[in-house]
Design a protein around this ligand. Sequence first.
Ligand SMILES: [Zn+2]
Length: 426
Amino acid sequence: MEPGPAVLADHSVVLKDGRIEAVMPTAAVEPAYAAARRVSLPRHAVIPGLINLHTHAAMSLMRGLADDLPLMVWLKNHIWPAEAKHVSPDFVYDGTRLACAEMLAGGITCFSDMYYFPESSARAALDCGMRAAIGLIAIDLPTQYASDPDDYLVKGLAMRDAYRDQPLLSFCMAPHAPYTVSDPLFGRIRTMADELDLPVHIHLHETREEIEASLAQYRVRPLERLQALGIVGPRLIAVHGVHMSDAELDTLAKFGCSVAHCPSSNLKLASGFARVASMLERGINVGLGTDGAASNNRLDLFLEMRTAALLAKAVSGDPEAMPAYQALRAATINGARALGIDGLTGSIEPGKAADLCAVSLNGPEMAPQHSILSQLVYAAGRENVTHVWVAGRLLLGDGAFTAIDQRDLDKRIGLWQNELTGESAP
Ligand SMILES: [Zn+2]
């Protein structure tokens, strides 16, 4: 991924103490290193672990609970009532473990999460061995998790203080969206983001309705309002960014903002088409997110890479828009950059954490291999992932989890399914 596309044949990655020690021709490894363990993958591509820049991991427990509805109807009539009734620390812990299992099996090594009871998300990620950017969620509405803005911020800070020394975790301020966060709360979020040097992870310009509501209430579009509140800067991660004018894209570029593009979620909720080609043209850092499993319904970045690349071409009318290499960048190094952890992960470089994913090139769907990059983005699926390492720890070996107790997880998910039965749409 860095500094440009490089496909190295017959190479090995040497890991030591969780880091990448060297990337070198396999023939040169034997004389140079006495390996404690060796994994031979002669017909695979090893790529950086994928980074899911936007999800609500625990919502995996609500996968398929209500589908085929517009965003606000879906939220107000289905998701928010189900959350009010069921969401608890245990719900978030089990739901996040379910998401981690799905993501790891699909080559995702890091996710940026926004949900209630983030302490439970952090614990679940660590128990599964995954890297995560945990959002300090803030919203003006009371929920099971917190009673008022103060309560959200105090609990978020306590969570961050408790986990700040965990090498696999980083943190983001996570105001939910412009329509659920007031100006005074944004003011405090800005101060905290400045003081703690944290990214600000927020749903932004997702739907037309969001923009109309902002014009009615504040007389400006959400991005302009956030700019006036000092939220727009290099730490901003604008999730969705579907409805953006040329001037607004210029603003995102000028301030060095990132966009978390979630093409499947935008398609399913009929939110619209993000102008990804125009973003890339302007040099905006575009990462990829799955959004929650309730609105996608897969936490699958192979699918998002392919969908993003195809949509970018269709929407711009330009088949050269978002080539395969750009799609793979969006799912790896760009996500790391948005989260401020690109010095640590997102590419296979000596010194970085050994966050790796091996993709099998066996099988008719992966043959022939004229271009590995093309195969990875346009032909491969998450089912081709065989091995995953996070910080040098093998978490998926030959398709089997090494750190997740699948039987225990299945049992817990079965219990939650029973609990949630009755919430589902007819
Ligand atoms: Zn979302």
